[in-house]
Design a protein around this ligand. Structure first.
Ligand code: PHE
Length: 342
């Protein structure tokens, strides 16, 4: 019986199947119910007791070796089959082009605005989205009872001391003034957060871009001329602007700026609601209190600031009627901006 066991072991070790079918046939022949190993097990029952120990070990070893070898051969064959399937069957076949992404319209508009102001000497400044009360409200001259501090408008992360999601990019102004000495000329794009119900014209997350210019002798005339230049560069040479008095805690005087409606040439249409004008930004001369809070001498320096919503500008530029489209990232929407300049 030892001879039979050794013979079978040798055949197992030397077995090299060419096909999976051959391997399976071999497995059945050796390990199957009517296989050679099973027959040897039967024979084992009849051997003399003094031989049982040695032969039992040999049989066990044979069974283990055979099972392991067959499993190994099987997994090798499967790997080879997978590798072959992945091989290019026809190297002359034209490849499939990966589709290129396109820039998001918000990024397109942001880049355009940054580019226009960089021509006027502005550099980009950045700041955190999670802010404290000082940088979003207190340093910007918001009185303690101002409604913007209310839970209704602001997402608070912690109360006392207040940690919150910034509600406007004006916080970057504060950080810049704390860090830098005048002259300061920065443009600050970023995401802002307000606790608003989501609709076609409002979202709880949107993008603003804010500008700040501080130096000796900066006047409201400088502000007006800078914004006129900006409007003409962004919307076209024929664009006019008008300023309406307004109020922000951090600027005095403050104004809201409208651009002439490009769609109707100022005659009045549904987009400008018949007025011929579209509101695009808020601005004003930086309040002396704000300069002082940020360590800048208001007797020596003056400056202006302006801020606008990027979604709003993008809506006007691309004629998008629903703000929510900017956040859904439906590729059918995004691909329409493939050819837009960035
Ligand atoms: N921060 C203002 C807003 O969120 C915009 C603004 C910026 C107004 C700078 C004036 C000056 O509405």
């Amino acid at each position: 019986m030892t001879g039979k066991i050794e013979d079978l072991l040798r055949r197992v070790e030397e077995f090299h199947p060419r096909t999976a079918a051959e391997l399976e046939e071999f497995r059945i022949r050796i390990l199957g119910k009517k296989g050679e190993l099973t027959a040897l097990m039967e024979e084992f029952k009849t051997v003399a007791p003094e031989l049982k120990r040695e032969l039992g070990q040999k049989l066990n070893n044979l069974k283990q070796t055979a099972t392991q070898r067959i499993n190994l051969l099987r997994s090798k064959m499967q790997e080879e089959a997978a590798a072959n399937a992945a091989k290019i069957d026809d190297p002359t076949r034209p490849g499939s082009a990966g589709s290129l992404g396109s820039r998001h319209p918000i990024s397109l508009v942001k880049n355009q605005i940054v580019e226009i102001f960089s021509r006027l000497g502005y550099t980009v400044a950045d700041g955190p989205e999670i802010e404290d009360d000082w940088h979003v409200f207190s340093a910007l001259n918001f009185p303690p009872e101002h409604p913007a501090r209310d839970m209704q408008d602001t997402f608070f992360i912690e109360k006392n001391p207040d940690i919150l999601l910034r509600t406007h990019t004006s916080s970057i102004q504060v950080r810049t003034m704390e860090r830098q000495k005048p002259p300061i000329r920065v443009i600050c794009p970023g995401r802002v957060f307000r606790n608003e119900a989501i609709s076609y014209r409002a979202h709880c997350i949107f993008h603003q871009i804010e500008g700040l210019y501080i130096d000796e002798g900066v006047s409201f005339g400088d502000l007006k001329q800078s914004l006129l230049y900006f409007a003409k560069e962004l919307f076209g040479e024929q664009t006019a602007i008008r300023m309406r008095p307004s109020y922000f805690p951090f600027t005095e005087p403050s104004a809201e700026v409208d651009v002439s409606c490009n769609l109707c040439g100022g005659k009045g249409c549904p987009v400008c609601k018949g007025t011929g004008w579209l509101e695009i930004l808020g601005c004003g001369m930086v309040d002396p209190n704000v300069l002082e809070s940020c360590g800048i001498d208001p007797l020596k320096y003056s400056g202006f600031a302006f801020g606008m919503g990027i979604e709003r500008i993008a809506m006007l530029k691309y004629g998008v009627g629903d703000l929510r489209l900017y956040f859904e990232n439906d590729v059918r929407f995004l691909h329409q901006f493939d050819s837009a300049l960035d």
